[in-house]
Design a binder for this molecule. Structure first.
Ligand SMILES: [Zn+2]
Length: 420
């Protein structure tokens, strides 16, 4: 089945049967011009930043390069400077704590209409993996109005599917009990992996993993254990939560093109990457009311996939995100270390259901200390050799065993660093 996202884009852009990669780009550039004029008129930040920008020069995608980038630091520094509507029209504010050098939280604002657009896209995206009459369990935050769980529930109701919100998982066994009988489970990759390796009998039809990066080893691990299809999506608070979703062919994300423009740029030079080249994902919102973002640098590493999808989709897709530029740690005498690569290696080991990693840096040696939570006995020497075989000999590996809970609320996975 062709990804439902394409029909959604055709409908929401009004391009309908005229939709092609080219007509879409032309349509998007018109929305970019409108967004610039709106942002320039309505908020302090862009009134300054976009001064002197001639929108007449914006005809093709390459012309986006005339526009300045918006950096996460700019948002952290003065979020209110981005606000284009009066405070009373803001329906939800999301505060994001980042590990950036400023140490300030980012705040992202949404109006009711912004969130309505998210629900509209979620309804389309979820129809990829579930249908009328089926039941979905959301193992993520959901208690508050306009939380992800709440938005998903509204979206699923539109396609006649039932959604229950379990909320953030605190205990694996109660989550497993709660998940019995559901057709689709939505949750955090490492958490659902932990559930799958703890209990193989749970057999949902589909699983949606929600995070900006999902290791292949987790997808395969859950699919093997539960004999189900695992889907992933791309999105972050800044994209209005939803940004793109895989189709059943599983090759890249079909994008939310009616609301977002995606670019890939060289992270150093800032120039647009050649087709098919990896670079940083940059987004421009095309319809956002509360807080439009123009050329916002996400920090995510990915590339565009041009050409038709195996599902019949004709629009360019975003390939899977390879992690974040900021999270790569250079190690002397070894390959660069990142939680993404480590996750890929560690979760490929069937005995491991979770682990934590600490890098100890000293003048004598660099040591990667791994605490592994296993479902069966595991040969620590072999594991150590396997990790070393990938990263190289410039880093010693230390393995210990203990329970490591993946249920950390919203915290992103990371390698902790200790200097000795
Ligand atoms: Zn497809």
């Amino acid at each position: 089945m062709t990804s439902p996202v394409q029909a959604w884009v055709a409908e929401r852009t009004g391009l309908k049967e005229r939709l092609t990669a080219e007509t879409l780009k032309t349509w998007q550039m018109e929305r970019v011009k409108e967004t610039i004029q709106y942002a320039w008129r309505s908020c302090r930040y862009y009134a300054e930043r976009l001064q002197g920008v001639d929108t007449k020069r914006l005809e093709r995608m390459a012309d986006m390069q005339h526009l300045p980038f918006t950096r996460p630091e700019d948002v952290a520094l003065r979020p209110e400077g981005f606000l284009c509507v009066p405070q009373r029209e803001v329906s939800r504010v999301v505060t994001l704590f980042t590990s950036g050098s400023l140490g300030r939280p980012k705040r992202i604002f949404f109006t009711e209409r912004d969130l309505e657009k998210t629900v509209d896209f979620f309804a389309c995206g979820m129809s990829t993996m579930t249908q009328s009459g089926e039941k979905t369990l959301v193992l993520m935050s959901g208690a508050t109005h306009y939380s992800i769980g709440d938005l998903l529930q509204k979206a699923l109701a539109r396609i006649g599917a039932e959604a229950h919100i379990h909320g953030n998982v605190k205990d694996v066994h109660s989550a497993i009990d709660a998940a019995r009988g559901f057709d689709c489970l939505v949750g955090v990759p490492a958490e659902l992996m932990y559930m799958a390796r703890t209990e193989g009998d749970l057999r949902p039809k589909s699983v949606l993993l929600s995070a900006d990066y999902v290791p292949e080893s987790i997808i395969k691990g859950i699919e093997d254990r539960w004999k189900c299809r695992v889907y992933t999506h791309y999105g972050m608070t800044e994209t209005g939560f939803g940004g793109g979703v895989q189709c059943s062919a599983g090759l890249g994300y079909h994008l939310r093109d009616a609301d977002l423009l995606f670019e890939i740029v060289d992270p150093q030079s800032g120039r647009q990457a050649a087709p098919g080249q990896y670079g940083e994902v940059v987004i421009t919102t095309l319809s956002r009311e509360a807080m439009p973002l123009i050329r916002y640098r996400t920090g995510d590493m990915a590339r565009m996939l041009e050409g038709a999808c195996r599902c019949g989709g004709i629009l360019p897709r975003l390939d899977k995100v390879m992690g974040r530029y900021a999270n790569t740690i250079p190690i002397e005498g070894a390959k660069p270390l990142s939680i993404h690569k480590l996750d890929e290696l560690m979760f490929a080991v069937p005995e491991i259901r979770n682990y934590s990693a600490k890098l100890i840096i000293s003048s004598r040696a660099n040591v990667l200390s791994l605490t592994v939570d296993t479902v069966q006995d595991l040969d620590a020497d072999r594991l150590s050799e396997y990790i070393k075989a990938y990263f190289g000999s410039g880093m010693d590996i230390r393995i210990s065993r203990s329970t490591v809970s993946p249920f950390t609320g919203a915290a992103k996975r990371q390698i902790s660093i200790e200097h000795q």
